[in-house]
Ligand binder design. Structure first.
Ligand code: ADP
Length: 502
């Protein structure tokens, strides 16, 4: 069926509708939409509008609106409905009057668009419909909207997830009502699957007859730039923290060096002024002052040894001298060597083991260092009347050594920090126990050098338990060495326990 359009002088293109169905269309309509006659004929008016993504916002006689051609080009048209007089059975015809291509309307935006260096899009302000978008802009979008056929002719709320109530919605509304350009630097966008992205956005309203009719949006992705900057900021922060830790460390070290040195100097001065007429009392006092000087010299030595060792660890210069020993015997001997100190402080020291002997390869000096450090802490932070338990558990491939005390405990927020450099729970100079905060860092490093792990469990106010796990391995063809040394090396213990005061 064909309709005569020759009488209608105004027409450029027309579409005939009867009973809501497309009955005919002219060659011009086919030319501007890009669809074939077969693709359009017989379609319901709703399906046709959906196909063309035709946005008729108000059911007026005459509308300016947009449709999307088969090759995804947006065309602005003047579109109106007209009763058809010649065939009363025909409901109405649509007449497309003027056709405008957006690229002709916005030549500057179009050249940016073609350059494709930044994302460029044109929207219809009334319903935020995307009329045109270049490939760079589409790449910002998430599937399926990164394909032109799925986004062109759609509105922003349809394209962007979480649009209603978003900050972006507010910004766009402001641009349209204020008619002022919006410049957004490094705007964070979290709506997409690819996580957080940062955009530099410019949203410019195009004003016609005093109202915002179009919006031109340009976007550049600044994610890489922002992430680089954030990384540098984070590195600076870490550096600042290290600097702060270092400066705290120096003030703490100065305090730790000065305290024993002052005691030594004070004792020396007292010795100089002893009453030589009363030899008996002078002798007793001399013994007391010598003891004080000795303990404080040990304390200095401990600190210096620790400093040398952490430097070695940091520079990877630590060597391991493994030999096959009975770990049970070694741990028992070290524990027993601390009895003298626990007795002086009226603390119960208990040793318990699941196995009678377990031969394995380890560096005895380092295990001694580790255990003396843990024991000296346990004694330092446990009040008289308390209890310290050293226990060995056999885990076949591993051996688990526990040093548990009923002391002051460690606050929960400090548990993961105490193995760090220079961490002390109580950093006030008035704190109950002396120490440099490097002991546990050293312990952890020494355990790890042996292929083991160390952790801590604690209930603040009730006590702490340090758990060290060491791998059980033997050096082939090496006869195990018996650890028969007399309760270990006395001066080593004196050095390790030198910051405990009774
Ligand atoms: P310090 O030389 O100060 O003892 P460490 O590195 O050995 O340094 O210990 C770090 C901090 O961990 C201590 O200052 C103390 O606050 C806490 N700490 C270590 N062991 C215990 C423990 N057995 N009970 C309570 N707190 C402890």
């Amino acid at each position: 069926m064909c309709y005569d359009t020759s009488n209608d002088k105004t027409s450029t293109s027309r579409l005939y509708i009867k009973n809501h169905i497309v009955k005919d269309l002219d060659a011009k309509f086919i030319e501007i939409t890009g669809y074939t006659k077969e693709e359009l004929l017989g379609k319901s008016i709703n399906d046709l509008f959906e196909l063309l993504k035709l946005n008729i916002l108000k059911k007026k006689e005459r509308n300016t609106c947009f449709f999307i051609t088969k090759n995804n080009t947006c065309i602005e048209i003047d579109f109106y409905k007209k009763d058809y007089f010649y065939d009363k059975s025909m409901e109405f015809i649509f007449i497309i009057d003027s056709i405008v291509k957006l690229e002709d309307k916005f030549p500057y935006a179009y050249s940016l668009y073609m350059e494709n260096k930044m994302g460029v899009a044109i929207y219809y302000a009334k319903d935020l419909r995307l009329l045109k978008a270049n490939e760079t802009l589409l790449n910002f979008l998430q599937e399926p909207h990164n394909k032109i056929e799925n986004s062109i002719g759609r509105t922003l709320p349809e394209i962007l997830p979480n649009w209603p109530g978003s900050e972006s919605e507010k910004i766009w509304k402001d641009v349209i009502t204020s008619k002022k350009t919006y410049y957004g630097r490094e705007k964070i966008y979290e709506g997409f699957n690819r996580g957080i992205t940062y955009w530099d956005v410019v949203i410019t309203p195009i004003i016609e007859d005093g109202t915002s009719v179009y919006i031109i949006q340009t976007i550049t992705d600044s994610t890489e730039h922002v992430l680089d900057r954030k990384k540098i900021e984070e590195q600076n922060k870490t550096l600042e923290q290290i600097m702060e830790k270092k400066s705290n460390f120096f003030s703490m070290i100065s305090h730790e060096l000065k305290t024993p040195l002052n005691v030594i100097l004070g004792a020396l001065q007292l010795m100089e002024n002893l009453d030589t007429n009363d030899l008996n009392s002078s002798y007793k006092l001399t013994q007391k002052y010598i003891k004080m000087q000795k303990q404080n010299s040990f304390r200095l030595l401990k600190l210096i040894n620790n400093l040398i060792d952490i430097t070695k660890i940091e520079e990877n210069h630590f060597t391991i001298n493994n030999s096959n020993f009975d770990i049970v015997r070694v741990i028992e001997n070290i524990t027993m060597s601390a009895v003298k100190y626990t007795k002086l402080k009226n603390i119960d020291l208990i040793f318990d083991t699941e196995v009678e002997e377990k031969y394995m390869a380890f560096d005895i000096e380092k295990i001694e260092r580790i255990m003396l450090n843990l024991l000296s802490n346990a004694i330092k932070f446990t009040d008289p009347g308390g209890k310290i338990e050293v226990a060995i558990y056999d885990r076949k491939e591993k051996i688990l050594i526990s040093v548990k005390d009923s002391g002051i405990g460690i606050p929960e927020d400090m548990l993961d920090k105490i193995f760090d450099h220079f961490t002390q729970v109580d950093t006030t100079l008035r704190r109950k126990a002396e120490g440099s905060g490097i002991g546990l860092f050293l312990v952890k490093s020494l355990v790890e050098i042996q292929g083991g792990t160390i952790s801590v469990k604690s209930q603040y106010g009730k006590g702490s338990e340090f758990l060290m796990e060491l791998p059980v391995k033997l050096i082939d063809n090496e006869v195990p060495i018996e650890d028969n040394r007399p309760l270990s090396n006395i001066s080593k213990i004196n050095i390790e326990f030198s910051d405990i005061y009774f």
